[in-house]
Design a protein around this ligand. Structure first.
Ligand code: 5AD
Length: 390
């Protein structure tokens, strides 16, 4: 099943010629598919044994892996995931609370300089209603994600957190609301937040500068991740694959960073251009490149919770399903109010569903079970935290 999936997609993608400009050199040309490189396979096996490899070896894997070796990597990553989490796929309800943003990330469609989009912000009641609806559908983790919206200050967010946790004490709340001070992170943790997603975006100082305006500092991003850790959150980080100016060295730095930081969650998705941004003419990240990085991340941080991201499902239909067979074990369906889902467009062609939440839920469950997964609606903490009082 897995084999045939990958075969069909390889052919489809090779025909589309999507491998242009990839730093994964052997995914770049058509001859690749069937030429084997045993050194890649043996390095990947060694990575699994040791947890990490020297920079040069990671670089070798990225530059020499072809579709053929990637299948071996995906299988290995799937085994590592199974070892800790079995065949469970954890479901989280994603609620996009605001698309106002004070930051100017060059890749992102809701950045402060985009004057052509309609901005929205959910009220406390709207957030609560969305959470309640998700709870009634069975979800026990709610991910409140938004732009870096100054209006959503600590008091406002805390009030929402308290309201949710009072009504639904046995649940988890994940925040994804950008860079804050240690004091703010502490306050929000105390009010009921359990987890925080803040992608590092790239572990290269220089690359970070190419992706962000001068008032956004790499050091602050990393500092925030350390704040979150010391405020006792389950911390998620991650990066886009195929972002403009990414190189094999920046990707290796990302892997090294993940190894050093050992985040509880890792979000990896392809870069997708947005027509209103400075990067509108840059090409999108590829499916295989992203799957390979997900698998490497799984092997390097074996116990991480790794989502199959919406971005991956947006570049190729079935992209998320492939990720769930290559090391990912989380899905985050959008359960915010339907009217606003269209407005949270961080990149072009972001997928949305026209199904109602209940129809979507039934279809999704059926599909996952068909593919050999167990659907899990529990709080789904990181394995080291299970049973620990948060
Ligand atoms: N393509 C893909 N991912 C993007 N993100 C933001 N803009 C884009 C884009 N154009 C990702 C960033 C951010 C997360 C919320 O979404 O990595 O951290």
């Amino acid at each position: 099943m897995l084999q045939s999936y990958f075969y069909v997609y390889s052919i489809m993608i090779l025909e589309k010629g999507d491998f242009m400009n990839s730093v994964f050199l052997r995914l770049n040309n058509n001859e690749v598919n069937f030429v084997k490189d045993e050194k890649v396979n043996s390095l990947v096996n060694e990575l699994k044994l040791k947890g990490i490899l020297p920079i040069e070896d990671l670089k070798y894997i990225i530059e020499n892996i072809s579709i053929s070796e990637s299948r071996n990597l995906f299988k290995l990553a799937d085994m590592v995931k199974n070892q800790y989490y079995g065949n469970k796929v954890y479901l989280r309800a994603l609620i996009e609370v605001s698309n106002y943003c004070k930051q100017g990330c060059f890749y992102c469609g809701i950045n402060r300089d985009n004057k052509s989009i309609k901005r929205y912000r959910l009220t406390e009641d709207e957030v609560f209603e969305a959470v309640k609806k998700a709870y009634d559908l069975g979800y026990r983790t709610f991910v409140l994600q938004g732009g870096d919206d100054p209006f959503l200050n600590d008091d406002i967010i805390s009030s929402i957190l308290v309201k949710i946790k009072t009504a639904f004490p046995q649940t988890r709340i994940t925040l994804s609301l950008g860079e804050k001070t240690q004091a703010s992170y502490d306050k929000l943790k105390l009010a009921g937040a359990d987890r925080y997603l803040l992608r590092h975006e790239t572990a290269s100082f220089k690359h970070y500068m190419y992706l962000h305006p001068q008032d956004m500092l790499y050091d602050n991003r990393i500092k925030c991740l350390h704040y979150l850790r010391s405020s006792k959150y389950q911390v998620g980080t991650g990066m886009m694959i195929g972002s403009p100016y990414q190189t094999v060295d920046t990707l290796v730095s990302d892997l090294m960073f993940l190894y050093k930081f050992q985040p509880e969650m890792i979000g990896i998705g392809p870069f997708i251009h947005h027509h209103d941004t400075k990067f509108k003419d840059h090409s999108d990240g590829g499916l295989y490149e992203t799957l390979i990085m997900i698998s490497l991340a799984r092997i390097i941080v074996p116990k991480a919770l790794i989502p199959a991201t919406t971005a991956l499902g947006s570049i190729v239909e079935g992209g998320r399903e492939l990720a769930l067979k290559a090391g990912a074990n989380v899905l985050m369906p959008n359960l915010g109010p339907e009217e606003q889902r269209e407005l949270y467009k961080i990149y072009d062609n972001k997928i949305t569903t026209s199904d109602s939440d209940i129809v979507f839920k039934n279809k999704l469950e059926k599909k996952l079970i068909n593919e050999g997964h167990a659907v899990d609606y529990s709080v789904g903490d990181h394995i080291d935290l299970e049973g620990v009082k948060l």
